[in-house]
Design a protein around this ligand. Structure first.
Ligand SMILES: NC(=O)C1=CN([C@@H]2O[C@H](COP(=O)(O)OP(=O)(O)OC[C@H]3O[C@@H](n4cnc5c(N)ncnc54)[C@H](O)[C@@H]3O)[C@@H](O)[C@H]2O)[C@@H](O)CC1
Ligand SMILES: Nc1ncnc2c1ncn2[C@@H]1O[C@H](COP(=O)(O)OP(=O)(O)OP(=O)(O)O)[C@@H](O)[C@H]1O
Length: 256
């Protein structure tokens, strides 16, 4: 199968709503990023701020208590919730009750969001990831579109049931994340000679979620079709570019 190059710029122009004097705050999108821990405060910031820059009205971040003051200090535009906990700050005997509290805090807000990004800078702490699994289940129950990136992909690759068959999920793997997904889902290695067919099979196998494989050309498949976007960016490959993409993807998903 041939990949189909799409004119992403024209599509973005068509789906982005025009500014309109009759609109009120929130109508151009209320999004949330679930991510940010002791090590990573930049990734959730990049994802959340890029959603605002592309036009969303409100952008929230749900992160650990340590990460919150740092992310707040980057930008007064973000609404930052210090609700997530990592194992080091929770006693074994308190884990159940703390997990319930975390979920209750996120649930208070969840229904208001048009879209979530799960994973930028989340880290891989097992207790934190257990809580985020529950958040993902609740988002799915409420039919909220989710973009899964960064450590969120580490989580769902090990727990495919979280997204399997959920057509409102978009996975945005980089080269390593894609390799892990292919190994787990297709029990094979990445095949760059037939990349379009492989991304199609992968999306189909995960039950029609959308896979956006990042690379020199981004390949996007929902299990039925494959599109590619080869617009030239900058030749540097520094950290943070994928986080920006996941945040922008979040706003665009809502517009679409
Ligand atoms: N400024 C920031 O805050 C940035 C944070 N980032 C975040 O960094 C996180 C990792 O993303 P990468 O693309 O670097 O991920 P990779 O999968 O490439 O791995 C990153 C590191 O994690 C280690 N690792 C692999 N398996 C592990 C495991 N089971 N347990 C613990 N560590 C393991 C690897 O050895 C590697 O050093 C993501 O949450 C991502 O969003 C990046 O987006 C870059 C920028
Ligand atoms: N070889 C490449 N040539 C051109 N563009 C690329 C290349 N690899 C990735 N990109 C682009 O860079 C952006 C980020 O992709 P990348 O693979 O760096 O994500 P990531 O590792 O998840 O980023 P992050 O550091 O934010 O976690 C994507 O928009 C992708 O299209």
């Amino acid at each position: 199968m041939q990949s189909v190059e799409v004119d992403a710029e024209s599509i973005i122009r068509v789906i982005t709503p025009a500014l309109d004097q009759s609109r009120h705050k929130g109508q151009a999108g209320k999004i949330a990023v679930i991510g940010g821990c002791r090590e990573y405060t930049g990734a959730p910031y990049f994802a959340a701020i890029s959603a605002l820059k592309i036009g969303a009205d409100l952008s929230h971040v749900f992160c650990t208590k340590d990460a919150a003051p740092v992310i707040k200090s980057y930008s007064p535009e973000l609404i930052v919730h210090p609700v997530l906990e990592e194992s080091y700050s929770v006693r074994e005997e308190d884990k159940k009750i703390i997990a319930c509290k975390v979920l209750a805090e996120v649930d208070k807000w969840l229904e208001r969001f048009d879209c979530l990004v799960i994973g930028p800078g989340l880290g891989r702490d097992p207790f934190l990831l257990d809580c985020v699994s529950e958040i993902t289940r609740h988002a799915r129950k409420s039919n909220i579109p989710i973009v899964i990136d960064g450590d969120g992909l580490f989580l769902v690759t090990n727990h495919l049931e979280l997204v399997s068959g959920y057509a409102l999920a978009v996975l945005t793997p980089n080269v390593n994340e894609y390799k892990r997904l292919v190994q787990k889902v297709l029990s094979s290695e990445v095949n760059n000679d037939d990349a379009t067919q492989q991304v199609l099979s992968l999306a189909k196998q995960v039950g029609g979620v959308t896979i956006l494989r990042k690379g020199k050309s981004d390949l996007i498949s929902d299990g039925d079709t494959v599109k590619s976007v080869s617009i030239y960016g900058i030749p540097r490959r520094c950290g943070g570019q994928g986080d920006i993409l996941s945040g922008r993807q979040n706003s665009l998903y809502f517009y679409h």
